[in-house]
Design a protein around this ligand. Structure first.
Ligand SMILES: O=P(O)(O)OC[C@H]1O[C@H](OP(=O)(O)OP(=O)(O)O)[C@H](O)[C@@H]1O
Ligand SMILES: Nc1nc2[nH]cnc2c(=O)[nH]1
Length: 197
């Protein structure tokens, strides 16, 4: 089984195309940090935002972003997924719900990608229903679908084309979240199925 995963992960990437370089990724994260610092570094209301990373995809973006933020904040994560092992979204599954009291607080939700927008629309509504005063959506990538989404991000690192990407926290079958740039896997390389458990 280990051999299967190693071989499949390598095969998926073997013909993949890098569409965003690691350098561009780094610059995009820096821009997101600058926008948040601009808003909160000199905040006269003494806002003490709660930053919520949306696991698992946000793990890399969050880890790169947090050390660049200059203002007092609290961090926690939520875990929501709707793609699983597929490259099409399905039903939203909450694995870890917000644990703090968010009543009256400013929440910065950090996620890797706004694709169809279903996940973040749902997350935002849940936080508002729980009493959050403000929910700011900060995404690393906003996929250009050419149509309206149920929610818009307040802060976007990069706008990307309508392709299924891997890297910088985003996976294909659980692989390659660790890539520092963004890659598109060739359709014919996606066909290998995992052996039955
Ligand atoms: O805008 P949407 O079409 O709703 O898609 C965006 C969501 O999809 C990804 O999560 P995924 O369900 O793949 O789980 P993961 O974070 O564990 O990879 C990503 O991290 C976003 O949360
Ligand atoms: N890996 C990955 N996950 C996603 N979830 C929503 N869109 C995407 C995407 O393009 N790539």
């Amino acid at each position: 089984m280990q051999d299967f995963h190693y071989t499949r992960a390598r095969a998926l990437l073997s013909n993949a195309e890098e569409i965003v370089s690691a350098e561009t990724v780094t610059a995009a994260v820096k821009n997101v940090a600058a926008v948040l610092n601009q808003r909160f570094d000199n905040d006269e209301t003494g806002a003490f935002p709660l930053v919520l990373g949306v696991m698992g995809g946000a793990v890399v973006f969050t880890g790169n972003l947090l050390p660049q933020l200059n203002f007092p904040l609290e961090f926690d994560y939520i875990h929501v997924t709707r793609y699983g092992d597929l490259d099409r979204g399905g039903e939203i599954v909450w694995k870890v719900i917000p644990r703090q009291d968010v009543t009256g607080r400013t929440i910065i939700v950090v996620d890797d990608i706004l694709d169809e927008g279903e996940t973040l629309a749902h997350v935002k509504q849940r936080l508002l229903d729980m009493g959050a005063a403000e929910v700011i959506l900060a995404v690393f990538a906003d996929k250009d679908l050419g149509r309206a989404k149920p929610v818009q991000a307040d802060i976007v690192g990069l706008s990307i084309p309508n392709r299924f990407v891997v890297g910088f926290g985003m996976d294909a079958h659980g692989y390659w979240r660790n890539l520092p740039g963004l890659w598109v896997i060739r359709d014919t390389d996606k066909q290998v199925e995992a052996p039955a458990a």
